[in-house]
Design a protein around this ligand. Structure first.
Ligand code: NOJ
Length: 758
């Protein structure tokens, strides 16, 4: 009832403004009708206004418009702005919304966006880390909490999830996605969209999500951010687009396009991607926001002569909203008058924006998300508990020899060493929204909080990782020379039963614009590791990092290695849970770890080539000076127990459309502890109309087993799972032979053949 009255109120305002009859037409029943009725009232100038997004001055991630806040305020009052980003707090969003609601003619409420990437103030693991849990429910839950905290602070739109498949560890933004696999990334995309949006966007506990960056951004040449992308149609459809298609199908409210060009066309001006594939073929009805300034950046790309030309190219290609680019506001009006952009395209873009605003409930209550009471309903303690839970599930055990882990009761003296051991900031990661500086539980604190009283812990930093200032905006200057802290660390290590070393990367070594050519243990860290090893061989190396690192030396020389990524607010407690054996690690890598940076881009789902690698011809599709395969492959992760896969069988040797087959195998816990295994299913299409990857993930299941317990695990395999973008330029499965592979990672697999008959 309340909703209807409010809507009535707004529509009345429109009709009064137009000098029209104020009765709400009976057709104004559903969102589409409401959208049309609002559109019908708008002038062209007001329409253009809906396609403009302004930054609210914080967290600049690109060049800001040359416009002072006074001017921006005037434009808000005059209905020339449709959305803002980086306006943080209930008061600030309320103030901006009031300018619109109390001054503009049509009073169309603003949307407020923000980069809520892995939590708002409670910080969860960075997305690459969280994906290592392969726990979709947990990932949905953290998105739900992030939505709740954001909405309580006035935000109703997050620029997340980032679902760019990325295969290059040099790329700084690899931390922000779900790794190298399109299937896993698609699953995460859906979980995240559901978590942020739930089933009712108008619920003030949910916010609109964004599938970004459309498309190809993770494939920048040489791993450089914003760089040119060379992908053909086959790669685009089979590898890059599936997560976006999944997000669109899951009802994601918005898409963000990307900075890169693809084979000569910037994504922002890409008609095929935005108009043909996304809006026509996928029939998706949300709106596309540009990336920050990506419209005027087409001038630098050499595609647009000036801002106005850039606006023409972008709008005509289906970029609906201009994020802080200042191109639409100066260009669109005259472009329509000159016939260079059709009003039909403008109408379509505006309708898309209005549709999302209606769904968010903003027309019913523009202040729905600017409600101070929402904050009081939040239990941050509960959110912390979820953060710890998902963080421990995200940890990947890479190596465990000499019975070092879990830490034995006989260990009474632990030396905790390394630049990241007591770092309370790096675990918060980059893209930290309102996560406070130095607010994470450090590894040292986590151990101190959780070890039994008779264990003594000593600590030495050993060395600084970076020097000088560290910030979101500046690359970190690495300490490559100062080893003055080594001696203290060596002494403490020599007195301990066990050394835990925390090495890796600073939070600001990954993230936007943080590509690196060296992905080893930066600065003096490797030297420190070697020095400590001279006095104590019982080392557990805990890696804290945002990208796969080159850790070949450690892998060959250090008995235990734990990949702890950047785990967020509860990092140290979660790592302690694993090291002390309170949680048996279950995470698996969503991305390959290289032996050398020269292998990048490195990924498991490669093509076979005409001269596949074989040990007698080591130079065939390999390297003369290094092995070809990953040091730790996609899907890899150990447990404190062990698992055995056996009895792989299929219900039928022939699959036909409409008649799925069952793939079954036994999984046994052969160790002495209860454990969880993420069992993985891969396929290979042996002969097809285009070349196909040697393996492709098609399913996974988390199986919990008591010591000695065995379970039969079953997957269904149907025709749809065998489809790919074929030579006929469509998704289809081709008759012929396939291999099914099952196992605990993408390398160690058992296989069986079957065929598809059509
Ligand atoms: C640029 C980034 O590429 C994008 O992911 C982000 O959402 C915007 N800046 C807004 O901060």
């Amino acid at each position: 009832m309340k909703k209807r009255c409010l809507l009535g109120f707004f529509l009345c305002c429109f009709f009064i403004a137009k000098g029209q009859d104020t009765t709400i037409p009976s057709s104004v029943k559903n969102v589409e009708a409401k959208v049309d009725s609002v559109l019908a009232l708008m002038t062209l100038e007001e329409k253009v206004g809906q396609l403009v997004q302004y930054n609210g001055s914080w967290d600049l991630t690109g060049p800001a418009l040359e416009m002072n806040n006074k001017q921006k305020e005037e434009n808000l009052k005059n209905g020339k702005v449709g959305a803002m980003l980086n306006v943080l707090s209930v008061e600030a969003t309320r103030k901006a919304q009031k300018l619109v609601m109390e001054n503009s003619r049509l009073k169309i409420p603003l949307m407020f966006g923000y980069d809520v990437i892995h939590g708002y103030s409670t910080i969860f693991p960075v997305p690459l880390a969280e994906t290592s849990s392969w726990d979709l429910e947990a990932m949905e839950k953290t998105a739900q909490i992030a939505a709740l905290e954001s909405a309580a602070n006035g935000i109703n739109w997050t620029f997340s999830p980032m679902i760019d498949v990325s295969r290059d560890a040099r790329w700084g933004r690899i931390m922000e996605g779900s790794g190298e696999d399109p299937y896993l990334t698609s699953k995460v995309a859906v979980a995240k969209v559901q978590g942020y949006q739930s089933n009712d966007l108008a619920n003030p506990h949910t916010i609109a999500a964004t599938a970004k960056h459309f498309a190809g951004y993770g494939f920048g040449e040489a791993g450089r951010d914003y760089n040119t992308v060379h992908i053909g149609e086959n790669e685009l459809h089979n590898t890059i687009l599936p997560p976006f298609k999944a997000a669109a199908k899951a009802g994601v409210a918005t898409f963000m396009n990307s900075f890169n060009d693809i084979d000569g066309t910037p994504a922002t001006a890409h008609i095929t991607l935005q108009r043909d594939i996304l809006k026509r073929d996928w029939n998706w009805n949300g709106f596309v926001v540009s990336d920050w300034g990506s419209i005027p950046e087409m001038i630098a790309h050499g595609l647009a002569r000036d801002k106005k030309h850039a606006a023409q190219l972008a709008l005509n290609a289906g970029s609906d909203m201009d994020m802080e680019g200042g191109a639409y506001e100066i260009g669109l009006l005259s472009l329509v008058e000159e016939g260079k952009v059709s009003e039909e395209y403008i109408n379509d873009a505006v309708k898309r924006v209005l549709r999302v605003k209606f769904k968010l409930g903003l027309f019913d209550d523009p202040y729905l998300y600017a409600n101070p009471e929402l904050l009081d309903q939040i239990s941050f303690e509960e959110h912390k508990a979820v953060a710890r839970d998902v963080a421990k599930k995200s940890i990947v055990l890479l190596k465990n020899e000499n019975g070092l882990l879990p830490i034995q009761d006989s260990v009474k003296k632990i030396a905790v060493i390394g630049p990241l051991a007591n770092d309370k900031d790096t675990p918060i990661g980059n893209w930290r929204a309102q996560g406070e500086t130095n607010s994470a539980v450090s590894l040292l604190e986590g151990l101190q909080n959780n070890v039994s009283k008779d264990v003594g812990i000593s600590y030495a930093k050993g060395a600084d990782l970076g020097m000088g200032e560290r910030s979101f905006l500046m690359p970190l200057e690495i300490n490559k020379t100062d080893t003055s802290g080594f001696q203290e660390a060596i002494t403490k290590a020599s007195e301990a039963d066990l050394v835990i070393m925390a090495l890796g990367e600073d939070a600001f070594q990954t993230g936007e614009g943080r590509s690196q050519v060296d992905i080893g243990l930066a600065g003096v860290q490797k030297e420190l590791l070697k020095e400590i090893q001279k006095v104590n061989k019982n080392i557990v190396l805990v890696l804290i990092n945002g990208r796969p690192l080159e850790i070949t030396y450690a892998s060959e020389n250090i008995p235990a290695i734990v990949e702890a990524w950047q785990l967020g607010s509860e990092s140290g407690n979660a790592i302690a849970d694993v090291l002390l054996g309170d949680y048996n690690p279950s995470g698996k890598l969503p991305v390959s770890f290289p032996r050398a940076v020269g292998q990048e881009p490195l990924y498991y789902n490669q093509k076979n080539t005409g001269r596949p690698f074989n040990p007698t011809h080591v130079t065939y599709s390999g390297y003369a000076d290094e092995k070809k395969d990953a040091l730790y492959p996609f899907g890899f992760g150990l447990s404190y127990t062990s698992f055995e896969y056996g009895n792989l069988s299929i219900s039928e040797e022939e699959l036909t459309p409409g008649n799925p087959i069952e793939v079954s195998f036994s999984l046994k816990n052969t160790g002495e502890r209860e454990g969880k295994e993420i069992a993985q299913l891969y396929i290979r299409d042996l002969v097809a109309s285009t070349t196909r990857p040697v393996k492709e993930l098609k399913g996974f299941k988390m199986v919990k087993l008591a010591p000695g317990e065995s379970k039969t695990v079953t997957f269904q395999m149907n025709e749809a799972m065998l489809q790919f973008y074929s030579v006929n330029k469509k998704w289809e499965a081709e008759a012929g032979e396939f291999e099914i592979m099952v196992g605990g990672n993408s390398r160690d697999l058992q296989k069986v053949k079957f065929s598809l008959k059509k």
